[in-house]
Structures are given as structure tokens and as C-alpha cells.
Design a protein around this ligand. Structure first.
Ligand SMILES: Cc1cc2nc3c(=O)[nH]c(=O)nc-3n(C[C@H](O)[C@H](O)[C@H](O)COP(=O)(O)OP(=O)(O)OC[C@H]3O[C@@H](n4cnc5c(N)ncnc54)[C@H](O)[C@@H]3O)c2cc1C
Length: 314
């Protein structure tokens, strides 16, 4: 945000609040919007509840040269303790809608992946449950090409609707979005476009059959992941042909700590927040692990978690 706006966050928030049906908060602590429970204030934290709201937010921010970034449920975000300048925009309200037509399932980008899986199962559609256990929103899932060992979001995505920051909208197939392991072309676009909805191609199945599969997947997850502590899921991407967790474990780093952040004993690629941690503690632990794994194995791990705000060079 330009210096002239720095002192003006409260009045910008009031002005934008009056212009949209959604909500605008000034200096909103991101610890309240991330699964890690960490992160300093966003200048503006906006919830846009409809297409027209999103258009109004984009126009408002464009006119005032306020940088805009979409966020979902914060399950893959590490936000700096000094916060984020500009407007973080989350999609809610009408963007949470889910609908079925035949074997096509349309989900608003603000809907939770878990709600979408449950709704698809209730509507007698299977296939989306390969994403069972991935927290976060449909929009965040498309951006990250979220996945599990049972499948990736791009396997079942027919198209996503994208709104650019100039307000133009288009439909994009997985191929157009160059989706691969935890990657979509959206990650390289600046300014960041919004995913506003996604259409999935599923298959007709008895809801009870899908729900049985979901129960088995839930048991697997509970056994493999430290779900009783706050985290961001996997900290690093898996390198080609290997797993980051295996490499961290092989380097003897399970249990390593910085402050109250620890490399989980249960799953070495999960860093768990065990008390009064800072986001910088997480970052320092990540950099220590990255260095040690490089020394021990020669592999340069890349962060899967998205860093927002200011950070020292890796
Ligand atoms: C316990 C736990 C387990 C996890 N397990 C998995 C797993 O098995 N597989 C997996 O893939 N991930 C996993 N994750 C990571 C995370 O849930 C996924 O990356 C998820 O897709 C992020 O979605 P989100 O809505 O929380 O996005 P956020 O964390 O809010 O944002 C992530 C990125 O997406 C962008 N973004 C968000 N919404 C939009 C939108 N509407 N339009 C455009 N860009 C957007 C943001 O700018 C940001 O760069 C796990 C996380 C946790 C905490």
C-alpha cells in the first residue's frame, strides 16, 4: 500500500464497508484466519459475498492503488508477524453455494472442501472424496491443486471460473491452468486472479457407499497426521520421486523445535504449533530443516506453504 495510505486504513475500511454488502475489517489479525493461528494484521480483511461485491472491491482497490490478494480458509498460509499490506479478500455468502446437475457438481470458491464432499455424497455423487481431509476452500484447493494419495483436484475438475483483478471473467479447464502436483498457473499470475467457482465431473453412486469410503479415509488420516495440534499441513512439497517427510525423518529432525513450533513426531513434514509461537519461529524452523536436509541428503526442499508479508531471504 502506498505510504500516503498507511495512516488511512481505518477510513478506507469505513468507505469500502459502506460500498459493499460484505464485511471489511481494518488491521485484522491474521492469527484469527489461519489454521496455524499465527500472523500479524492485514491492513484490510474483506469478505465479498457476491459477484457484484467482488467487482466493487476490485474497483475500489484499483482506484486507490491498494494491492489485493485472494485468501481462502488460511490452511496453507504462513503470515508474517508484521502482517500484510493491502487487502486480503475472502469469498463468502453466495460464493459458498453448491449445486448438482446430473454428474456435474458446481461449487462456489468460498465453500469448504469438506462441505462440498458431504453435499456431493448426499446428492449421490462420488469422486470428490479423494480430497477428504484437505481443509480449506474450493478456491484455495484449485489454486494449490490440492490432493491426497488418492487423487488430485485436477483429476476431477472440469473447469474453474476465474475473475481477473480488472474484473474480466473466463472459464478455464485444468489444462489451461497447467495443473500439476500442488501447482496451478494461478500461482505465477500477478496480480493474483480470483477463482470464483469450480465445476467437477463426478459419478453417480449410493450416498451410503461414498460415506463408507469417507469413514475409511478419516481413519487413515487420524492415524497418519498430528491433527490435535495447529499446523498448515505439509510444510514442504515432495521432491520428485521422494517424500519430504521421509527425508526430514531420515535426517533425524523429528522433534526439532524453534520456540513452541516442533517438527511433528507423527509426520515429519507437519510443523505443529504447540503454544506461544510466532510465525517467525515457524519460518526459522523451516529454514533450519531445509538446510539440514540439504546437508544430509543434497535435496533442496521447497516450501508448499505460501508466505504472506515480509520475510528474510531463504
Ligand atoms: C491439517 C492439514 C492437512 C492438510 N492436508 C492437505 C492435503 O492432504 N493435501 C493438500 O493438498 N493440502 C493439504 N493441506 C493444505 C491446505 O489445506 C491446502 O493447500 C488448501 O487447498 C488451501 O486452501 P485454503 O482455502 O485454506 O487457502 P489459503 O491457505 O487461504 O490460501 C492458499 C493460497 O491459495 C490462494 N487462494 C485462496 N483462495 C483463492 C481463490 N478463491 N482464488 C484464487 N486464489 C486463492 C491464496 O492466495 C494462497 O496463495 C492441509 C492443511 C492442514 C492444516
Amino acid at each position: 500500500m502506498p505510504a500516503s495510505h498507511v495512516m488511512d486504513v481505518e477510513s478506507l475500511a469505513r468507505e469500502l464497508n459502506a460500498a459493499i454488502a460484505g464485511e471489511v475489517r481494518a488491521n485484522e489479525p491474521m492469527s484469527a484466519h489461519t489454521t496455524f493461528g499465527l500472523g500479524g494484521p492485514a491492513d484490510l480483511f474483506v469478505t465479498a459475498v457476491s459477484r457484484s461485491d467482488l467487482q466493487a472491491v476490485l474497483e475500489f482497490c484499483r482506484d486507490r492503488k491498494v494491492p489485493v490478494l485472494p485468501v481462502g480458509d488460511g490452511s496453507n498460509l504462513l503470515v508474517s508477524d508484521t502482517g500484510v499490506r493491502g487487502a486480503l479478500v475472502k469469498l463468502g455468502g453466495k460464493f459458498d453455494q453448491l449445486s448438482l446437475r446430473g454428474e456435474e457438481f458446481t461449487a462456489g470458491a468460498g465453500a469448504g472442501i469438506s462441505q462440498a464432499i458431504a453435499a456431493a455424497a448426499s446428492g449421490g455423487l462420488g469422486g470428490l472424496e479423494v480430497l477428504y481431509g484437505v481443509p480449506g476452500s474450493v478456491g484455495g484447493g484449485v489454486y494449490m491443486n490440492a490432493g491426497t494419495r488418492h487423487g488430485w483436484l485436477s483429476d476431477i475438475l472440469l473447469s474453474a471460473e476465474i475473475v481477473d483483478q480488472d474484473g474480466a471473467s473466463r472459464s478455464a479447464a485444468p489444462r489451461d491452468l497447467e495443473m500439476s502436483y500442488r501447482h496451478s498457473a494461478l500461482q505465477e499470475m500477478d496480480p493474483a486472479p480470483f477463482v470464483v467457482s469450480a465445476v467437477f465431473g463426478l459419478r453417480a453412486e449410493e450416498g451410503s457407499t461414498v460415506r463408507e469410503r469417507i469413514s475409511a479415509l478419516a481413519r487413515d488420516r487420524r492415524g497418519a497426521q498430528p491433527l490435535n495440534w495447529r499446523s498448515c499441513g505439509c510444510m514442504f512439497r515432495n521432491p520428485d520421486g521422494d517424500s519430504a517427510g521421509r527425508l526430514i525423518d531420515a535426517a533425524g529432525l523429528k522433534g526439532m523445535r524453534v520456540g513452541a513450533v516442533e517438527v511433528s513426531e507423527k509426520h515429519a513434514n507437519f510443523f505443529v504449533h504447540r503454544g506461544e509461537a510466532t510465525a517467525f519461529d515457524v519460518y526459522r524452523l523451516a529454514m533450519k530443516v531445509k538446510r539440514r536436509v540439504a546437508e544430509e541428503t543434497g535435496v533442496d526442499l521447497k516450501l508448499e506453504v505460501r508466505l504472506l508479508g515480509d520475510w528474510p531471504d531463504e
